[in-house]
Design a protein around this ligand. Structure first.
Ligand code: GLA
Length: 376
């Protein structure tokens, strides 16, 4: 869990901004809730390398340098993430890429105190994705500094097949924009941008089995708190990303967020689902016209269930216990994870009226095994 500069600030990053974001995360409840990494995305680099080949921070944006920023973030009890690219150039031509400089760049990041490296895939023509990311993974290992590798090649080369052994997380799609389903028309094409988050959600359905503890599908950073996402949509994205066992990376300006957005990002019961120790990714278990039921099995044998309304009017949605392998006579306790309330025990089904573009999220826990049927 963490925060990344891209969705809120794009290339407009600088040390004062990042320091004040770290101050907010350390004091507004986010750190206590588990948000750990403060990640500076594209926009931090100087346009060329130093004469010895080292990457340099843009001195206008980061006059005190990256080591100093890392020290500051560490002094807040947080971890520091930094961006690079596997190709010739960062995305948006924001600086030199790491192609052919993996060892030096990993050493530089390690010397600065970086804990998390996001490696993008722009200007990568002619590269083999697996080989390129493996080179960086090995370079990181050689530094001796624990540094999480976040592979960001947008799912173009099925990273779920090869990234689990070399990285902690891998992007599964192109970028998540702050919209419901924008990009519908281009989304099947490689590099089809932008993408509303519901399209990204649907692309995760076949991928659940590739995730597990220490190896995560990454459906991209959250757009919660960024316009034009509504509060209902924000709550829905948070719930579904938790069911997906996704890295929860806030992407808003956390220094100025509303109380409602803060309450979404800090919902401890939903975060507990995301961070469940069994590390099983959930998936779609039932669907109909404009509605879904998503479910994720949890370590204590309970299930996180999300009733998801994709329509613009309220609709009743029913979860059927057999969709997750429980019987239709299974009694289960119901905990509403947004209302923070226990509901009456349900048997076999749970039904709720779900607001437009929103969710009801529950934790369902079997009360006991059903009575054996008596045979006379
Ligand atoms: C790509 C990545 C994004 C972000 C930008 C930066 O689009 O997928 O997450 O890092 O580049 O330019």
């Amino acid at each position: 869990m963490g925060w990344n500069s891209w969705n809120a600030f794009k290339l407009d990053v600088n040390e004062n901004r990042i320091r004040s974001v770290a101050d907010s995360i350390a004091s507004n409840g986010m750190k206590a809730a588990g948000y750990q990494y403060v990640v500076v995305d594209a926009g931090w680099k100087y346009a060329s390398r130093a004469s010895d080949g080292q990457l340099m921070a843009d001195p206008n944006k980061f006059p005190a340098g990256m080591k100093s920023l890392a020290d500051y973030i560490h002094s807040k009890g947080l971890l520091f993430g930094l961006y690079t690219d596997a190709g010739e150039q960062d995305c948006d031509s924001a600086g030199p890429g790491s192609k052919g400089h993996e060892k030096l760049d990993a050493q530089t990041f390690a010397a600065w105190g970086v804990d998390f490296m996001k490696e993008d895939w722009c200007a990568s023509e002619g590269l083999d994705a697996q080989t390129a990311y493996r080179a960086m993974s090995e370079a990181i290992l050689e530094t001796g500094r624990p540094m999480l590798l976040s592979v960001c090649e947008w799912g173009d080369h099925q990273p779920w097949n090869w990234a689990p052994s070399i990285a902690t997380m891998w992007r599964t799609t192109g970028d998540n924009e702050a919209c419901w389903d924008c990009g519908r028309d281009t989304y099947q094409k490689a590099g089809g941008y932008p993408r509303g988050w519901t399209l990204i959600l649907d692309a995760q359905i076949p991928l659940a089995r590739y995730a597990g503890p220490g190896r995560w599908n990454d459906p991209d950073m959250l757009q919660i708190g960024n316009q034009p996402m509504s509060l209902a949509e924000s709550k829905a994205q948070f719930s579904l990303w938790a069911v997906l066992a996704a890295p929860l990376v806030a992407g808003n300006d956390v220094r100025s967020m509303s109380g409602e957005i803060r309450n979404i990002l800090l919902n401890k019961e939903v975060i507990a689902v995301d961070q469940d120790p069994a590390g099983v990714e959930g998936t779609l278990v039932e669907k109909g016209d404009g509605w879904n039921v998503w479910a994720r099995p949890l370590a204590d044998k309970s299930e996180a269930i999300v009733l998801f309304n994709r329509l613009t009017n309220p609709q009743p949605i029913t979860f059927d216990a057999p969709s997750i392998g429980w019987t239709s006579s299974t009694p289960f306790q119901v905990r509403d994870l947004w209302e923070h309330a226990d509901r009456p025990v349900s048997t076999g089904t749970f039904r709720g009226v779900v607001a437009p573009h929103s969710v009801i999220m529950i934790r369902a826990t079997k009360t006991r095994d059903p009575e054996p049927v008596s045979v006379r």
